[in-house]
Structure formats: C-alpha cells, structure tokens
Design a protein around this ligand. Structure first.
Ligand code: ARG
Length: 275
C-alpha cells in the first residue's frame, strides 16, 4: 500500500496569535498565495506517489492546517495531541474524530502532560526520537514509549526558533536522518551521532528556511524552497529532492512536514518494515 497523508486546506489559515517566534500578527499570511502553496505541496506529494486524505478546515482554528501536530501514529494506533497553548487546544476533538472515523484506535497522552504529536515524536528505525521543552514534556514521551514498548531518546530543544523536533530533525530511512545541529544542546547532538548511522547536517541559513521540515515519500523528499545545499546532498544520497515554496506557512512557524501527517507510518519507522 502506498503512502497515506492527512492534510487540512488553509481556508481559515492566518496569523491570529503568536505562540512561537516566527509568528507576528503584524505579518499576515496572504490568503490566496497560501492556498496556491498548499495546493502545490499536495500536488508534489501526489506526484511522489502519496494519496492525500483531507480534513475539513474550521474557522477560528488557523493552525489546524498543521496536521503533523494532530497525533503520533503507531501502526493503527494514534496518540492525539494535548497542545501546550490554549489557542490550539480546540483542534484535538476534531483530530480525534477524524482519526476514529478512519478506524484508528485513539489514545490521549499521559494526564497533565503536553504532547504535540508527530511534530515532536519521530521514529528513526525502532527508536522514537522525542523533542521536549518547548511544546512537549519529556515525561510524557517516556510514558508513551513504555506503553508502546519502544525505546525513547529524548532530545532537548535549545533554540525557540526550532520549537518542534520536526523543524530541526527529519528521519529519512531506518538509519539515516537530516538534522540542524544548532537546534540541539551538546548532549542531544551526541545522542543523534551515537545512534544514527548517516546524519546529514543542514546549514543554518537553510535550517531557517525549514530545510529539516521535509516530507519523505519513498525516495522523494519534499521541502520548502531555499535549501539547495541540502537538495544537492540528498541527491548524492540517492533521493529525488523537490522544492516547493511555502513562505506563507513559514509566517506561522511551519513548512512542508508540519502540513502533513503520515497515516501509514513514516518511511523511516522500523515498525513499518516488520510484518
Ligand atoms: N503555528 C503553529 C504552532 O506554533 C505551527 C505548527 C508547526 N508544526 C510543526 N509540526 N512544526 O503551533
């Protein structure tokens, strides 16, 4: 079965509040351009072989477009988000309803702890890499790992511009990932180096263009425009790299990967390749 990805059209998208350093209500997104950029991302993913499932957008929930945060998927189980900021908490009942309707067994994160789904929890091989401090709590990741029976490696996010793990880290295959070293402390960098065979570093200027916020479909990697060095590097590693401009979403602190939730498991997830 091919890749299945959940997206939500940007009908009610906009910068209505400020919950990360990229957002300023004085720098509004262009509605028409955002729609065009979203359509082009969808088309690029379809061309790469993905089938896109669409969630109904809702007025008053401008960040619902960032479906990566809806949940973390493990086989046919989904752990929905408990958003840190009240501005996004209204999204969870809608995410839950969609996932249940699709047949997922849906769970809440451990009580009281915040957890922002695939934005902060990414499998590379059999290990769950878990970003914490800005949006998700480290304790919650550990408990989720215990319940699922998977190893968790927590990574502290050190720079507020890289407030979700998926803004600075992207698993490509079971032993291969893209990362921006500057978003991690020294310990986090060492954890990544010690556990992932091939780490492709991203330069700071490209990290700022959300180079690490990539969507992987088979051997195709789709990112925002403005990351030519990473793309060259990806090609050298045998990938097809596709750039599609997503500047209107960068205004909210998001890009390609944030706009997607892989429903059949990320390409790099070890469990996807066993039975
Ligand atoms: N404005 C959104 C927020 O701050 C952007 C979310 C980006 N999503 C992601 N997976 N990095 O929550």
């Amino acid at each position: 079965m091919g890749a299945r990805i959940l997206m939500c059209p940007p009908l009610f998208y906009g910068i209505e509040y400020e919950i990360n350093p990229w957002m300023s209500t004085e720098r509004q997104a262009d509605h028409t351009l955002a729609g065009e950029q979203w359509d082009a991302l969808r088309a690029a993913l379809e061309l790469a072989g993905a089938s896109i499932e669409v969630m109904t957008p809702v007025k008053g929930l401008p960040d619902l477009v960032f479906t990566a945060n809806a949940a973390m998927v493990y086989r046919r189980q989904a752990i929905v988000a408990r958003f840190k900021h009240p501005q996004r908490q209204g999204e969870t009942p809608l995410d839950r309803a969609w996932l249940e309707g699709d047949g997922f067994e849906v769970f809440d994160p451990p009580a009281e702890l915040s957890f922002e789904g695939a934005g902060d929890a990414l499998f590379c091989g059999d290990t769950l890499y878990a970003g914490y401090r800005m949006r998700s709590d480290a304790g919650g990741h550990q408990k989720i790992g215990e319940v699922l029976g998977v190893r968790v490696l927590p990574l502290e996010l050190a720079d507020p511009y890289y407030y979700h793990l998926d803004t600075c880290f992207c698993p490509l295959a079971e032993d291969q990932a893209i990362y921006f070293p500057g978003a991690f402390d020294e310990y986090g960098q060492k954890v990544l180096e010690a556990n992932i065979g091939t780490l492709i570093p991203v330069a700071e200027d490209e990290a700022r263009s959300f180079a690490c916020n990539a969507v992987v479909v088979g051997k195709t990697v789709v990112t925002n425009a403005g990351c030519p060095k990473l793309h060259e590097n990806l090609r050298a590693h045998g990938y097809t790299a596709i750039a599609t401009p997503l500047g209107e979403f960068v205004k909210a602190g998001g890009s390609a990967k944030c706009l997607t939730l892989r429903l059949d498991g990320e390409e790099a997830a070890g469990w996807k390749h066993t039975e």
